[in-house]
Design a protein around this ligand. Structure first.
Ligand SMILES: *[C@@H]1O[C@H](CO)[C@@H](O)[C@H](O)[C@H]1NC(C)=O
Ligand SMILES: *[C@@H]1O[C@H](CO)[C@@H](O)[C@H](O)[C@H]1NC(C)=O
Ligand SMILES: *[C@@H]1O[C@H](CO)[C@@H](O)[C@H](O)[C@H]1NC(C)=O
Ligand SMILES: *[C@@H]1O[C@H](CO)[C@@H](O)[C@H](O)[C@H]1NC(C)=O
Length: 474
C-alpha cells in the first residue's frame, strides 16, 4: 500500500506541476480518491470535515469556510455531523445540489480549466485552519445491476443447464420461456408422454434413458418396436436433439428438458421413403399412450411446394383429434418451416395450416425473426431458436452419443431452425397437461393464445405481423 500511495503522489505532482503542500501530512487525502481516477469524471465539488468550534454550529463553520474560499455551500452530508459538501463558486444555480453544481461546472469549464481550478481550490482547502480533512468528489461510474440478481435458476448440476438461454436468458432479459417458477410448483410434465415423430431417438442416451416410454414407441421405417436411429447417417441426430429439449433429465449430463418429468417416445419415420400410410401410422400409433406428437418436419420449404397430409395422414390426424388421449384429442405440435429466405409461407404447408395442429414458428434470442422463419396466418405462436448468425445463440440440447464422426458428445450448442422451436412448445403443452389432463385439443390452443406474449418486432422486409411467444407463468 505504501508504495502505491507514494507513486500516486509522484504522479499527481508531475501532472499538475504544482507544489502540493502537505502531501506527506495526515490531512492530505488525495491518494484516497485519485487511485480510481481512470473510471471517474472530474467534479468541482469537495466534501470537507470541519473542526468543531465551541461558538458556532458545524453548519455555520462550513458556511464560513465556503465564504472564506469563495466557494458555494451545498449542504450537510446526512448521517455525518461535521461533514459538508462545498463546490467551486457557482453563479447561477439556485438549487444547491450536487447534481445542479456538477451540471453547472460541466457546461461552464473545460476539463483543463477544471483541473487547474481543482489545484487552486485544494491549495486553499489544505491551508484553511478549520478543515480537518477534505475529499474531492468524483463522478463515479456505477451501473444498475437489477437484472443480475433475479435470475431464477434451479440447483441443477447439468453442465450446460445455465447455457440453455431458452429456459432462463441472462443476456436478453425476458427472452425465454419463463418456466422455472412452474417447475418450482412441482410441475414438470409428470404423467405425460410426448412422441418424437422424427428420424429416431437414441433412447439409451444417459440424459434421456430414464424418461423413455418404449410402450409409446415404434420404428415405422423398419417396422419394429425400437426407434433407435441409424447411426451411420450424420443427420440422424435430429430426433435425439428434439427429445432432449423436452425430456432431458436433470443429472450430470448436458442440460434439462422443458418438461423434464415427462416421458418421451420415439416414432421413427424420417429415415427412409416416406409415404402417406407411414405418416398416417405415425399420427395414430399408440394414441392412448402418447399425449402429444412433436413434429419438427414438413413439406419442402422451397417457396414452390404446396403440400400437406394426404388422404390417410389427414384421416389419421382427425382420428387422433376425435379419439386420442381418451377422447380429449391428441396434441399435434408442428414446426412452421424454415423456408422464409426462399419466400416460403407456412400457409402453403398443410400440416401448419391444419385446424388440428399447434403450429410453432421461431424467434431468436432478441425476439427477432430469423432469416429462415416463415410467416403465415396459421401460425399459433413462436418459441425460441437460432438466429440469422452473429452473436445470438442456438438452442442447447442433448445430442446423440453413438453417431457418426466427431458429432457424438451427448450435447450440442447448435440445434437450430423451427425444428428446435416446436419441441419447446411441445414441452410446455406437457406441463399444461400434467396440471389439467382433461384439456381438450382446442383448450390447449386457446391457452396458448391466452398465455403467449406479443413480440413487437416480429417483422421482416417491411411486412409486419403480430406474433406471440409462448411463456408460462406459475
Ligand atoms: C469568486 O469566484 C468567482 C468565479 O470564479 C469570481 O467571479 C469572483 O470574483 C470571486 N469572488 C471573490 C470575492 O474572489
Ligand atoms: C429546484 O429543483 C426543483 C426540482 O428539480 C425544481 O422543481 C425547482 O423549481 C428548483 N428551484 C429553483 C429555484 O431552481
Ligand atoms: C411432486 O409431485 C409428485 C407427484 O406428482 C410427488 O410425488 C412429489 O412428492 C412432489 N414433490 C414435491 C417436492 O412436492
Ligand atoms: C414469469 O413468471 C412469473 C411467475 O411465474 C411472473 O410473475 C412473471 O411476470 C413472468 N414474467 C414475464 C415476463 O411474464
Amino acid at each position: 500500500m505504501f508504495t502505491t500511495f507514494s507513486m500516486f503522489a509522484v504522479f499527481w505532482g508531475s501532472i499538475l506541476c504544482l507544489p502540493c503542500p502537505g502531501w506527506t501530512q495526515a490531512r492530505n487525502i488525495h491518494s484516497e480518491n485519485t487511485q480510481w481516477d481512470a473510471e471517474e469524471k472530474l467534479s468541482l465539488i469537495w466534501t470537507v470535515h470541519v473542526k468543531t468550534n465551541g461558538k458556532l454550529s458545524n453548519t455555520e463553520t462550513a458556511k464560513n469556510i465556503a465564504q472564506d474560499l469563495n466557494m458555494t455551500f451545498i449542504g450537510k452530508v446526512r448521517g455525518f455531523d461535521n461533514h459538508f459538501t462545498l463546490t467551486h463558486f457557482v453563479r447561477t444555480v439556485d438549487n444547491h445540489t450536487i447534481k445542479s453544481a456538477h451540471a453547472y461546472h460541466d457546461c461552464s469549464y473545460t476539463n483543463l480549466e477544471k483541473s487547474l481550478l481543482k489545484a487552486n481550490v485544494e491549495n486553499q482547502l489544505t491551508a484553511h485552519a478549520d478543515i480537518l480533512w477534505f475529499s474531492h468528489e468524483l463522478i463515479l461510474s456505477r451501473n444498475k445491476r437489477w437484472f443480475q440478481v433475479n435470475f431464477n435458476f434451479m440447483d441443477f448440476t447439468d453442465p450446460y443447464y445455465r447455457q440453455q438461454w431458452h429456459l432462463t436468458n441472462t443476456m436478453e432479459i425476458n427472452m425465454d420461456i419463463n418456466v422455472t417458477a412452474v417447475w418450482k410448483h412441482n410441475i414438470t410434465g409428470r404423467g405425460i408422454t410426448v412422441a418424437i415423430v422424427d428420424d429416431g431417438v437414441e433412447h439409451t442416451n444417459p440424459d434421456l434413458a430414464g424418461n423413455y416410454n418404449s410402450a409409446g414407441s415404434w420404428d415405422l421405417n423398419d417396422d419394429d418396436p425400437d426407434p433407435m436411429p441409424e447411426f451411420s447417417n450424420p443427420s440422424n441426430h435430429h430426433g435425439t436433439r428434439c427429445a432432449g429439449e423436452i425430456s432431458a433429465i436433470p443429472n450430470d449430463v448436458c442440460g434439462v428438458g422443458v418438461a423434464y418429468g415427462a416421458k418421451f417416445s420415439g416414432m421413427r419415420l424420417l429415415d427412409g421413403p416416406l409415404t402417406d400410410s407411414l405418416e398416417a401410422q405415425a399420427f395414430t400409433e399408440k394414441i392412448q399412450i402418447n399425449d402429444i406428437y412433436s413434429c419438427s418436419w414438413g413439406p419442402d420449404d422451397d417457396g414452390r411446394t404446396v403440400d400437406g397430409p394426404h388422404t390417410l395422414a389427414a384421416a389419421a390426424m382427425k382420428k387422433g383429434i376425435d379419439f386420442g388421449r381418451h377422447g380429449y384429442g391428441s396434441i399435434y405440435v408442428v414446426a412452421s418451416g424454415n423456408g422464409g429466405h426462399e419466400g416460403d409461407n407456412c400457409n402453403y404447408d398443410g400440416y401448419a395450416n391444419s385446424l388440428y395442429t399447434v403450429t410453432i414458428g421461431a424467434v431468436d434470442e432478441t425476439g427477432h425473426m430469423p432469416y429462415y422463419a416463415e410467416e403465415c396466418a396459421s401460425m399459433l405462436a413462436v418459441t425460441f431458436s437460432s438466429a440469422s448468425g452473429g452473436s445470438n445463440r442456438d438452442i442447447v440440447t442433448t445430442d446423440w452419443t453413438s453417431g457418426a464422426a466427431a458429432d457424438r458428445t451427448g450435447c450440442t450448442l447448435h440445434h437450430t431452425g423451427t425444428s428446435a422451436a416446436a419441441p419447446i412448445a411441445a414441452g410446455l403443452v406437457a406441463l399444461m397437461l400434467e396440471v389439467q389432463p382433461c384439456l381438450t385439443w382446442r383448450d390447449v390452443q386457446y391457452i396458448i393464445i391466452l398465455t403467449a406474449l406479443r413480440v413487437s418486432h416480429f417483422s421482416r422486409g417491411g411486412t409486419y405481423s403480430t406474433s406471440l411467444y409462448l411463456q408460462l407463468s406459475g
